[in-house]
Design a protein around this ligand. Structure first.
Ligand code: ZN
Length: 254
């Protein structure tokens, strides 16, 4: 059913949550827009103006690595101070209540962790942009360190001092393979849930598209909160096209 108005959406969502044992949220860019982080893929989003740098270019070109880091630091100045929104806080409340074992996210903004969900309970399908790793030895680098090296050298992306590998944000770029561990954990969570909450994702980008179907096939119920219709609306037990923050705010327990 498609919730006709905000109150119906909240009532029906409460009913679903109260009658579920294992709730697994799956989140996309829509949950973070109220935090000031734009949806890069949406019309007018950054990626429609500035083509993303594919992984093979990052690996083969110093200029591409320099440009990639230049863009990342520009983003840091714009969105680096973003705080969790009502949606994040509601999901953290569900987690604390013991009924949600973890969150699957397409987002790279670290806001689920910032809302209080432990790092090991956040499955990040596209990685995390708030720190960097060496692509050779996997050593972790903080953005401040990368930025200092970048600025010291006049805008050159630094290499790993230990092994000379390339240092990249811990995100999954276009053309980079999906993290297998994360995919498997996402699948396990999806199969274990009796309520799958798809929030703020158009559910188009693979592998996002596979999970709602997997949840339904294994007997779970499906609720979709997204501004735009999705391909899975007909399958869903509840479809909400209202503002995510407004729908989830009543579920924030502080
Ligand atoms: Zn290294």
């Amino acid at each position: 059913m498609i919730a006709s108005d905000l109150q119906t959406a909240i009532d029906r969502m409460r009913e679903l949550i109260e009658t579920s044992q294992t709730i697994v949220p799956f989140t996309g860019a829509g949950i973070s827009t109220e935090c000031g982080i734009p949806d890069f893929r949406s019309p007018g989003g950054i990626w429609t103006k500035l083509a993303p740098i594919p992984f093979d270019q990052f690996m083969s070109s110093q200029a591409a690595r320099d440009e990639s880091w230049r863009r990342r630091f520009a983003m840091q100045d714009q969105f680096g101070a973003a705080k969790p929104g009502r949606g994040h806080r509601a999901l953290a409340s569900l987690f604390r209540s013991g009924r949600s074992p973890g969150v699957i996210t397409q987002n790279i903004d670290n806001l689920h962790q910032a809302s209080g969900i432990p790092r090991e309970c956040v499955v990040e399908l596209h990685g995390n942009t708030t720190y960097a790793i060496c692509l050779e030895c996997a050593k972790r680098y903080e953005l401040d360190w990368v930025r200092a090296a970048f600025e010291r050298s006049g805008g050159r992306a630094p290499d790993c001092p230990d092994c000379l590998g390339y240092i990249k944000t811990a995100t999954v770029s276009f053309g980079q393979s999906m993290p297998q561990d994360e995919m498997q954990r996402a699948e396990e969570l999806t199969l274990a849930c009796d309520l799958f909450l798809a929030i703020g994702s158009s559910l188009v980008v693979w592998p996002a598209a596979g999970f709602p179907l997997m949840a339904k096939r294994s007997g779970g119920r499906l609720a979709i909160i997204n501004r735009e219709p999705t391909e899975f609306d007909d399958l869903a037990d509840l479809v909400v096209r209202h503002d995510i923050g407004a729908v989830l705010e009543p579920f924030v327990v502080s």
